[in-house]
Design a protein around this ligand. Structure first.
Ligand SMILES: *Cc1c(COP(=O)(O)O)cnc(C)c1O
Length: 397
């Protein structure tokens, strides 16, 4: 039989499409879905060898599964990673990446501008196990090095951050992490490997919520941790026993999604850039924020480390909290939903929803102003997206 190997010299776009679990005797074209919890052995010797790690035979889908492996291999090709472990959600990826490396007495240095549930894990749960944390302001990178303590084990950052779209220089941060022998863990959810590859900039670990742009159609939850094999092995050891593994069904959906990730991110970025440019200067808005606008405070860094701005545009509507809510009520096309990174455009108002439980002072520290609106720009015709936003701005006066 003709052997078709996926050549490592192929471009990541090609690899994300062509890496596939080995063909079965049916010679299927598309990768099959191995929806099975466990795997069988011909005899007791084969079973013994599998459990003794002498073969790479599959054992149990909490450890590994061919469909999940396909997704992991595709993500490794995209991020330029040696190894990966896929999880049930983005939060289990973030949590697994913390628990694999942090123990009682250790210190985590994290950006303050992070996803809400990550903030909860860091401030409410890690301290229960005696793991300390310090937050830094990612817009003041010169303050970070002084916050590293002898027990600091990890630096965690999201860039661009959710929802504030702050950007930090990953290569510079990686230098600091290396100098102090600290693991640099980057949540690359907003950029995706299409627009930014943290490992190539010196990060040690990349974490993802695959629920967002990677799925791209708001169907399944998923997450992944990627990096050098020796590090991912630690994450695997923790997750294999504690059980946050990705379902083969979700992996199958997400692998199909990766085949269109490049063309989708190009379109999301193109429409988001057009939206940001069109809205900048709009009389209903205080400001518009998007990494590829020259007015973005870290625009130069974004241009250097990202090949596109991504699909999220933020703006501050004049009139604060109440006007923000009125704006949502006037939208006709855009969805009001908690997700982002969908083919359907979404509007959200963090101050009255995801971040409503925080005090106003804490919201401001994470960059959540009262009239902040986050738009996840979808794949609809651009004219329809902007028309809906403009009419809702007008009608919410
Ligand atoms: C959504 C999100 C997460 C959490 O992912 P889930 O799949 O919802 O668990 C983590 N980080 C960022 C930046 C996110 O946007």
């Amino acid at each position: 039989m003709k052997k078709r190997k996926n050549k490592p010299t192929y471009h990541p776009e090609t690899q994300a499409i062509r890496i596939q679990s080995e063909r079965t005797s049916h010679m299927e074209h598309s990768g099959p879905l191995y929806l099975t919890s466990s795997f069988c052995y011909e005899d007791s010797e084969a079973m013994r060898a599998a459990f003794a790690d002498e073969t790479d035979a599959f054992i149990y889908s909490r450890f590994s599964n061919p469909t999940v492996d396909e997704f992991i291999q595709r993500m490794c090709a995209l991020e330029g990673a040696e190894s990966g472990f896929a999880t049930a959600s983005g939060m289990s990826a973030v949590f697994g990446s913390f628990m694999a490396f942090l123990k009682t007495g250790d210190h985590l240095l994290s950006s303050q501008s992070i996803f809400g549930s990550t903030h909860t894990v860091i401030t409410k749960f890690l301290p229960k196990w005696g793991i300390e944390y310090t937050y830094f302001d990612m817009t003041k990178p010169e303050t970070i090095e002084a916050l590293i303590k002898p027990n600091t084990k990890m630096i965690f950052v999201e860039t661009p951050s959710n929802p504030g779209l702050d950007v930090i220089d990953l290569a510079a941060l990686a230098k600091i992490a290396k100098k102090h022998k600290v693991i640099l863990n980057v949540d690359n959810c907003f950029a995706t490997p299409v627009l930014q590859k943290p490992l190539s900039l010196g990060a040690d670990l990349v974490t993802h919520s695959a629920t967002k742009w990677i799925d791209g159609q708001g169907r399944v939850l998923g997450g992944i941790v990627l990096g050098r094999k020796e590090l991912v092995d630690e994450v695997y050891a923790f997750c294999r026993s504690t059980g946050p593994s990705m379902s083969p069904f979700n992996a199958w959906v997400l692998s199909r999604s990766l085949e269109t990730l490049h063309i989708r991110m190009a379109r999301h970025s193109e429409s988001a850039t057009s939206l940001a440019k069109a809205l900048e200067g709009n009389p209903h808005l205080e400001w518009v924020k998007y990494p590829m606008l020259a007015s973005h405070p870290q625009h130069e860094i974004a241009k250097q480390q990202m090949t596109g701005g991504g699909g999220i545009v933020c703006f501050e509507i004049k009139g604060g909290l109440e006007r923000g809510r009125r704006f949502l009520d006037q939208l006709e096309l855009l969805s009001l939903t908690a997700n982002l990174g969908d083919s359907r455009s979404i509007a959200s108002h963090p101050a009255s929803t995801t971040h409503a439980k925080l005090s106003e002072a804490d919201r401001l520290k994470s960059g959540i102003t009262p009239g902040l609106i986050r738009i996840s720009v979808g794949l609809e015709h651009f004219s329809d997206i902007i028309a809906d936003i403009e009419q809702a701005l007008e009608a919410s006066k």
